[in-house]
Design a protein around this ligand. Sequence first.
Ligand code: SAM
Length: 259
Amino acid sequence: MKKESVVAKKKFGQNFLKDQTVLQKIVQAMPKNDNKIVEIGPGLGDLTKYLVDVKSVEAFEVDTDLCKLLQEEFKEEIATKRLHINCGDVLQAWKSALVDEAYDLVANLPYYIATNIILKALADPMCKNILVMVQLEVAEKFCADAGQKVFGSLGIITQSVGNAHIVVKVPPTAFEPPPKIDSAVFLITKNKDRTDKDFEDMLRVAFSQPRKTLIKNLSSKYEKSELLIAFDSLELMQTLRPHQVSTDDYHQLYKKIKI
Ligand code: SAM
């Protein structure tokens, strides 16, 4: 099969990034370090071409037709071990660490599993930085700050392990075929390991009904009397909604109320 005759497969979330300016912006935003690059979903290899110029790349692609194309197109890079392609579902391949050395994830992600992939990368001790393209709405959730309506578990988990910002917003015209929604590239710089599971369970309860007050949501699982003492000692008002409380205050609250 020739590259030109590839028909994008919807079931694999295939929207190929064709805009060279956006591709260059992704490469410019890459953290400067010696980490390996992991690319999930190299697709037709448009981003891969830039990445192998800078560093060695471990790629994961589920579509066997595309794997064959990539193996042909990057023959030289594969022979010189600049590129290694794993053909298969990245989620199946992902144990606690995806590869056994420090890496940065750089990718235009398949949107249908983007949040899942980012959460796995946040929890992966070998993953040091995450530079990815996703739906704009998802990028905004990961990059949100306390007080913003979209601030929730994703923003709190991200702020607990590092910091995040949007690098560039990307319109549908940058892709072939164009998706129906706007996209964005964002960068998470990790400096700590991911939060523990019980903390994340507390967040799930805290945001179970985003329009209700935080104390009301939490009282479905935690003792009201303990919550009142904790809120009081942290000087948190009982009228606060879940998105109005900072990451630091969530951690303080967790220390006081965890069972
Ligand atoms: N990186 C290319 C680009 O920027 O043009 C393609 C990006 S496209 C949005 C997503 C890519 O992820 C596709 O190549 C798709 O086949 C691949 N993909 C989808 N699900 C996958 C999975 N579970 N494991 C690995 N790759 C996957």
